[in-house]
Design a protein around this ligand. Structure first.
Ligand code: NDP
Ligand SMILES: O=C(O)C1=N[C@H](C(=O)O)C[C@H](O)C1
Length: 238
């Protein structure tokens, strides 16, 4: 498969390594200084583009790729207020789009665990839920995209919580997400239910970026030749 890497930072480079190991070729690398090369001519031989840039650039990159009829795997976080517009444009273009706030197999299993735990805790009113995420100091967005996914799952399942906030909240109907920035931290997420009697915690700790990069390449392999909107659940059959 011929892959275009949109964003050649920490994740772009990790993805390149895994893609080559899995027998793919990198046909195009786009970064800030050659952004003008994201055009139909340069993308002509590309099977799938993998976009890992930043919260501010992801939307424009995705739209340009869909316009050029290139299937897009996107891992950039912090732009989800525009996801509906992307999905709509993708369907209009009869294109293919796959977004995941976290591509690692472990975190996608953790998402399933989080939903199940929230179901079990939904009516246990003596417990209070809270979340914590820890990442490296270069991370641009807070809370992390993964933390937002986990929080949305809890809000969807436990009627008590009306919204999440990115600070310690004393309000009963707010779910607190605490963000810490420490080097080196590829990504740690904790969900805690605390009561006077005991605490229940689930934690996922990434040891490196290899899991995110491997999942992104698996997603690209899945998306090649498809149309429509997908997530990692489709790739992993969860
Ligand atoms: N879904 C997942 O599993 C994961 C998601 N992420 C997310 O991926 C994104 C990237 O993370 P990471 O690789 O660590 O970040 P980096 O800052 O290391 O890399 C981002 C790269 O994108 C480039 N870039 C910025 N703007 C544009 C643009 N308009 N067009 C093309 N390239 C651009 C940057 O260039 P320059 O350096 O010149 O600014 C940089 O090389 C973040 O949003 C992060 O949250 C990260 C890990 C896993
Ligand atoms: O920026 C990162 O590094 C990461 N970003 C993703 C997120 O925002 O959840 C995934 C992972 O935690 C690493």
């Amino acid at each position: 498969m011929q892959i275009a890497l949109i964003g050649y930072g920490k994740m772009g480079q990790a993805i390149e390594k895994i893609a080559l190991e899995r027998g793919h070729t990198i046909g195009l690398k786009i970064d800030v200084d050659n952004r003008h090369e994201l055009n139909e001519e340069k993308l002509a031989s590309i099977n799938v583009a993998i976009e890992f840039t930043s919260p501010h650039s992801a939307f424009d990159n995705i739209m340009d790729l869909l316009k050029c009829k290139v299937p897009v795997v996107c891992g950039s976080t912090g732009w989800l207020d525009k996801k509906e517009a992307v999905d709509e444009y993708c369907l209009q273009q009869q294109g293919a789009f796959l977004y995941a706030s976290n591509f690692s197999v472990g975190v996608n299993i953790f998402f399933e665990l989080n939903k199940k735990l929230a179901e079990l805790m939904a009516h246990q009113t003596e417990y209070r839920a809270s979340m914590e995420e820890i990442h490296h100091t270069q991370k641009k967005d807070a809370p992390s995209g993964t933390a937002v996914t986990l929080a949305e799952q809890i809000l969807h399942t436990i009627p008590l919580y009306k919204n999440w906030v990115n600070h310690a909240s004393g309000k009963a109907d707010e779910l607190s997400i605490i963000s810490e920035r420490i080097d080196p931290a590829p990504g740690t997420h904790k969900v805690k239910y605390a009561s006077a009697i005991d605490d229940i915690e689930i934690i996922h700790t990434a040891h490196s970026r290899t899991g995110f990069a491997t999942g992104a390449v698996m997603a690209a392999e899945f998306l090649q030749g498809k149309r429509g909107i997908y997530g990692m659940k489709d790739v992993l059959g969860l």
